[in-house]
Design a protein. Structure first.
Length: 145
């Protein structure tokens, strides 16, 4: 169980108790209004990200190299989807619940792709595969020999 699953509800309860202690029911109303506003901001962001991703092919990214440069260890899957503006192509079996690690790939127009592993919804390992680079290297080696 992740720490945030306990921390966020505990902070919400502490804020509600503090608001009641400070301003009684008016404080609780203000605190609840702030919490609902915070929730709606995050929900709107989530809907916006998935709306943009729904308009693109699954597993497609403009540039796999640029994606490889921009992602960082520990990024949540949602931020990677926001960065690529596309849902990743799921590798392996679809199980319910998902089994860690979850592996997704994003491919660009030149058949370069980035393979990302997510454990607990966070990016742990990623690698860039560029098939043309291998062909160019072997072609250059033949020319120089």
């Amino acid at each position: 169980m992740r720490f945030n699953n306990i921390l966020i509800p505990a902070v919400a309860i502490v804020v509600l108790v503090w608001a009641y202690d400070s301003m009684e029911w008016m404080g609780v109303g203000m605190a609840l209004t702030a919490m609902v506003s915070w929730f709606l901001l995050h929900y709107t962001r989530l809907i916006h990200i998935f709306n943009r991703a729904s308009k693109r092919p699954i597993g497609f990214v403009d540039s796999a190299v640029m994606m490889h440069v921009k992602i960082k260890k520990g990024m949540p899957l949602l931020k990677v989807i926001a960065l690529t503006k596309s849902l990743g192509q799921k590798q392996g079996e679809m199980t319910n619940p998902p089994v860690d690690p979850e592996i997704y790939t994003w491919t660009d127009g030149s058949n370069s792709f980035v393979r990302c592993e997510f454990v607990g919804g966070r990016l742990t390992v990623w690698e860039l595969h560029r098939p043309q680079l291998k062909e160019e290297l072997s072609h250059n080696a033949l020319e120089s020999a």
